[in-house]
Design a protein around this ligand. Structure first.
Ligand code: ZN
Length: 386
């Protein structure tokens, strides 16, 4: 096996098994070969932890992956067409013996511009800063001893535009500091860590996450007070009825409760914090933030769901019911992902709020995500469709 592939599997599994690093199946990894001709990269739709010598990756020609960003004919295309063309071009850049229709990560062209070993994650510890109004200033202080310094990437639509922006920023960074950046924080998105070696990249991930966490408020590790069965059943029936009335679709409703959820429900500002989508992931996998429910009234919840649909958005699939807990609408496979996204979201929101305000996607940015073919494809794979 090529050393680069062995390294890719190593960094993917090591990060993929850590629930504090990977949420909602987000994240991708790549390693470039020693001769600089190829890049092994995670395949879209495979979880990092499930990567093996047999599956979960593609090998791409580095020159072809890079050229996507520099291609003028692609740059001139209209958004929808352009993103489809990029996905095709990335697939064409694959040069391996993989027989499945696995596509390379939708962020492959971005990876191509970074250092040898790349780990991209959406960890909540990074998100707390990437989604905070004062996040950039705080990070620059927190990592001021870093040489070369961290690179902050202002929010950019994912896909082609982001790859293009990263390529430009990295080129500028290189001419200023003589090397590529090791730590990149992407506003309202996540974290990129790059290094020359697999071990170096993994160490840097742990260092960055550890340092971020040292400034963040963690949920207290205390057992939550039990909630009565009847209260839960009543709220569940209410959400089920509201969901079918509001969306016209039947869905199974799942109940979740733990210390983090209990503590969030007791936060005075909980309702205020649940406005706007934090990241493309939260929008794609959970249709935005959980809906805050003060009192379970099926009619009014149904009305709020209809309003969300009427205003061009997607109806909430998660509901935080005061004094009861979290309810998620969806299949057995999807519901735990929604739960994980909500846990990740309330951690980020609580911390960004404490830092002086939460940064969320604006309407135009949300519309872009909702129309992005590649995200729909990723979601379809994650939901188990072939
Ligand atoms: Zn990402």
């Amino acid at each position: 096996m090529d050393q680069a592939l062995a390294d890719l599997i190593k960094i993917s599994r090591a990060t993929g098994v850590d629930p504090t690093l990977v949420q909602g199946g987000g994240g991708n990894t790549s390693v470039k070969t020693a001769d600089g001709r190829y890049m092994y990269i995670k395949a879209s739709g495979t979880a990092l932890k499930d990567m093996s010598a047999r599956k979960g990756w593609r090998r791409m020609r580095l020159d072809l992956a890079r050229s996507v960003v520099k291609d003028k004919s692609i740059a001139q295309m209209e958004t929808q067409k352009r993103e489809l063309a990029v996905v095709d071009r990335l697939l064409l850049a694959c040069d391996d013996n993989v027989k499945t229709d696995a596509r390379p990560s939708v962020e492959a062209h971005l990876h191509a511009w970074l250092d040898k070993c790349v780990i991209h994650l959406h960890p909540s510890a990074a998100g707390a800063f990437a989604n905070a109004k004062k996040g950039r200033a705080k990070l620059e202080r927190l990592f001021k001893a870093e040489d070369p310094p961290l690179l902050w990437v202002p929010y950019t639509d994912p896909g082609y535009m982001l790859a293009k922006r990263i390529a430009r920023l990295v080129e500028g960074y290189q001419s200023q500091f003589g090397k590529r950046p090791g730590i990149l924080f992407l506003e309202k998105h996540g974290l990129f860590i790059t290094a020359k070696t697999a071990g170096g990249a993994l160490r840097l991930v742990r260092k960055v996450i550890g340092r971020c966490n040292s400034k963040l408020k963690q949920p207290k590790k205390v057992k939550p007070k039990p909630i009565g069965r009847r209260k839960i059943d009543e709220a569940k029936a209410c959400i089920e009825q509201a969901y079918s009335q509001g969306t016209g679709e039947q869905a199974k409703i799942w109940y979740y409760y733990n210390n983090a959820i209990e503590q969030f429900l007791h936060n005075r500002d909980a309702k205020k914090m649940l406005v706007g989508s934090l990241t493309p992931d939260e929008l794609v996998y959970a249709n935005g933030p959980a809906m805050w429910v003060d009192k379970c009234d099926a009619q009014s919840i149904a009305k709020r769901l209809r309003n969300q649909i009427d205003s061009g958005g997607k109806p909430a699939v998660a509901f935080l019911v005061k004094g009861v807990g979290l309810f998620a609408a969806g299949t057995r496979k999807i519901a735990p992902t929604v739960r994980d996204i909500v846990l990740y979201s309330i951690f980020i929101r609580t911390n960004a709020h404490r830092m002086g305000g939460i940064l969320t996607l604006n309407k135009r940015q949300e519309d872009f995500i909702n129309n992005w073919e590649a995200e729909a494809f990723r979601k379809k794979l994650a939901s188990g469709a072939s």
